[in-house]
Write a protein that binds this ligand. Structure first.
Ligand SMILES: Cc1cc2nc3c(=O)[nH]c(=O)nc-3n(C[C@H](O)[C@H](O)[C@H](O)COP(=O)(O)OP(=O)(O)OC[C@H]3O[C@@H](n4cnc5c(N)ncnc54)[C@H](O)[C@@H]3O)c2cc1C
Length: 373
């Protein structure tokens, strides 16, 4: 029932506008209250904070269906708000902060972003340089953040900053997460970044100059933010896997429709064995990705340590969706290279997946650490 509801909403209220939003380079703010009204934001959060109290399977359906919208941007914006940024508050925020902010986040009145990556590097999270210095009942933040999704439009940011230097061998010590409101003096969107794909999603560089954050906006305990970032990364990477699956699923549907219609040498392309085999390979890779992702989701939901499996999901699905993108563009011939065909956008959007949320190289590093080497 949930899948039917979200699918119908996306077909009626999102898909007709995707081209227009891509051209404009943004999505209208009005989609957020609408998503909230339909109960699609905060599906796993407790009802007392405005959530739906549902389970991870509902979240899995949500993200797969968002990614089938032919807009990677829409899927990414929803994914960041629901399962990459706001979990920091839900999991580690005080009761007072949760009561104050979560209901408006679930209603889509407050949009959120997660700010970890810095201009100097994203893979090495322990190298964060943004500083937070305690001053009375505030922390004073100075630094900058790079590539922040929803960065130009979000109202609330979850910012990773360093409260102490940390020794050379324990660099991850001293990182904390802070809830920062956009209208705080000292907060600037330095620039909105122009991207290869995901063009309707805004990505920004942020600067903090003597930005005063109330001390009670510290999430969790001071100095243990690195572990919180890593905990939310597990969920983020599963969502990335679900995005890859939803995107590849839609691209294959579109490509199959195209090769049934398109004729060459007197017959539909779908009659040619080479075309059929290419699509059989894509469908097999997609199915393998789906099985791996669902298995990791179930392990994660059971509360077991699933870091190895989740890293495999992130690696495998990101590379799968790019192989599928390559083949689907190829099967569209010249039209696959044209902006008027959604498959062209799909190929550009998919290219982010082996980079964002932890690169494929970092996923291989994590998996290798779990091997008996
Ligand atoms: C569109 C977009 C949206 C994003 N949204 C957000 C967001 O909302 N919030 C946020 O905090 N971040 C966000 N990011 C940042 C993203 O997570 C980082 O880009 C990513 O983690 C990689 O960091 P980097 O770009 O600094 O690359 P680097 O860390 O500089 O890496 C460059 C290259 O070196 C490789 N490399 C690095 N270290 C190693 C190693 N030890 N071994 C082998 N290879 C290595 C990497 O795999 C990569 O290929 C976004 C990025 C993009 C492009």
């Amino acid at each position: 029932m949930f899948r039917t509801a979200i699918r119908q909403f996306i077909e009626r209220e999102i898909m007709p506008h995707v081209e227009e939003w891509e051209a404009a380079g943004r999505m209208p703010r009005s989609i957020w209250p609408r998503l909230g009204e339909l109960g699609f934001l905060g599906v796993e959060y407790d009802e007392k904070y405005g959530g739906s109290g549902a389970d991870l399977r509902t979240t899995m359906v949500l993200h797969e269906e968002c990614a089938r919208s032919r807009s990677g941007s829409f899927a990414m914006a929803v994914g960041v708000h629901c399962d990459m940024a706001s979990p920091h508050l839900y999991w580690t925020g005080s009761e007072a902060l949760k009561t104050k902010y979560l209901p408006a986040m679930c209603r889509g009145e407050l949009l959120t972003a997660i700010a970890v990556t810095e201009p100097g590097g994203g893979s090495d999270v322990a190298a964060i340089r943004t500083r937070a210095v305690r001053d009375g009942d505030h922390y004073v933040l100075n630094g900058s953040k790079m590539f922040i999704t929803n960065g130009a439009t979000a109202d609330v940011f979850f910012v990773a900053a360093r409260v102490e230097a940390g020794s050379a061998d324990k660099r991850h010590r001293g990182i904390s997460m802070f809830l920062v409101e956009r209208n705080t003096p000292g907060f600037t969107v330095s620039r909105t970044l122009d991207k290869m794909g995901m063009r309707a999603s805004d990505t920004a560089e942020l600067a903090f100059q003597d930005l005063r954050v109330p001390a009670d906006h510290l999430l969790g305990r001071e100095g243990v933010g690195f572990y919180e970032v890593m905990r939310v990364f597990q969920r983020e990477r599963l969502v990335a896997g679900l995005h890859a699956i939803g995107m590849a699923d839609r691209a294959l549907d579109d490509t199959m429709a195209y090769v049934r219609e398109r004729r060459a040498f007197g017959a539909p392309l779908s009659d040619k064995q080479v075309v059929r085999h290419k699509l059989a390979d894509c469908a097999t890779q997609l199915e393998a990705a789906r099985a791996l992702t669902y298995a990791a989701c179930l392990k994660y939901e059971a509360g077991e340590d699933a870091i190895r499996e989740i890293s495999m999901v992130k690696l495998f699905t990101a590379e799968m969706v790019n192989r599928v993108a390559y083949d689907c563009v190829q099967l569209h011939g010249g039209y696959g290279y044209m902006r008027e065909y959604p498959i062209e956008r799909f190929a550009r959007d998919a290219r982010l997946l082996p980079i964002g949320g932890g690169t494929s190289e970092i996923m291989r590093e994590i998996i290798a650490k779990h091997l008996p080497l």
